[in-house]
Design a protein around this ligand. Structure first.
Ligand SMILES: [Fe+2]
Length: 315
């Protein structure tokens, strides 16, 4: 579904905007957000909690993976677990903004240790069909989203304790990308990055720069004061520190790819040319293969060992 940012019938967007406005006005609770940055994959994971009830969600966690040895470790996830225990948080949700192509999700590990329901966008089914074919996964790999506890649609709402949350479908980077709006905080996944860095690539299978443009315009029509917590940061040229928090207003004024006034044609031309110059992420093959399964590793072969496949000359 493509929705224009100016459409007066965009009820999901209006609902998300009003949620933010009411949180900013103090009528609804505002979440506490603690972020964890993984320098190996440039990923920011966020723990979002309701200060009144201690109920919490973990957004976009990272399972550490050494590609050379094929070894997984849990340093990043254990750091989150330590924080959750120290703060006495109760995990209600493990939220994925999309099937990441640059890191493995630690959601199943966190679910085992902390509980919570695992959720992603309904279009993950499209992603599972595409990648199920690419990796020639057997019939035991279900392509119906059943690896997740909840599949969200555009306009869906949910709660984290007393916090009200809403979902916007923001495709373009992948077909399944979601943005989560929790109180006055927005988690846009891979759509937009810090104003000085720009936007997410749109050249993965199922990606589409036109759709990404419309998703970004839609996100940027949320209230200017909303806090924006990004999924990645790559340190723009001239900046020495990783930063993953900004505001909708700052993006509208300053985003180098998508500030107010950038036309769809100009954006798509820029995005397409830039994407041609980007290397594939180092962990593309393991990430996609694991994340299409909700972060679970492929089933072991008859010798008891699990394998990551690499399709040759297929991407
Ligand atoms: Fe991504």
């Amino acid at each position: 579904m493509t929705v224009s940012a100016t459409s007066s019938k965009d009820t999901a967007l209006q609902q998300a905007s009003s949620l933010i406005e009411r949180a900013l006005a103090g009528e609804l609770s505002r979440p506490v957000v603690k972020s964890f940055f993984d320098e190996a994959t440039f990923t920011a994971s966020h723990v979002v909690h309701d200060p009144a009830t201690q109920y919490a969600a973990i957004i976009d966690s990272v399972l550490d993976y050494d590609a050379a040895s094929g070894r997984t470790t849990h340093e990043s996830a254990d750091e989150i677990i330590a924080y959750v225990r120290q703060e006495g948080l109760k995990i209600e949700w493990l939220l994925e903004t999309h099937a990441h192509a640059d890191h493995l999700s630690a959601a199943p590990y966190l679910q085992e240790k902390l509980g919570g329901k695992l959720a992603i966008g309904r279009e993950i089914i499209t992603v599972q069909q595409t990648f199920g074919k690419l990796f020639n996964a057997g019939t035991e790999f279900e392509r119906d989203g059943s690896q997740f506890d909840r599949l969200f649609d555009d306009g869906d709402t949910f709660e984290i304790g007393n916090l009200h949350a809403a979902v916007l479908h923001v495709p373009g980077h992948t077909p399944a990308d979601l943005a989560y709006i929790i109180g006055d905080a927005v988690f846009p996944g891979d759509t937009i990055f810090m104003p000085d860095f720009g936007t997410a690539r749109a050249d993965f299978p199922g990606g589409d720069a036109h759709r990404l443009y419309h998703s970004i315009r839609r996100l940027l029509s949320l209230p200017r004061e909303a806090r924006l917590f990004l999924c990645h940061d790559y340190k723009a040229d001239g900046r020495d520190e990783f930063v993953w928090e900004t505001t909708i207003g700052a993006e509208r004024d300053e985003n180098v790819h998508a500030h107010d006034g950038v036309s769809e044609d100009a954006f798509v031309t820029m995005r397409t040319e830039r994407d041609r110059t980007l290397d594939m992420p180092k962990l593309l093959m393991p990430s996609v293969q694991v994340n299409m399964r909700g972060g679970r590793l492929p089933e072991p072969e008859e010798n008891g060992t699990r394998y990551i496949k690499i399709p040759i000359n297929a991407v």
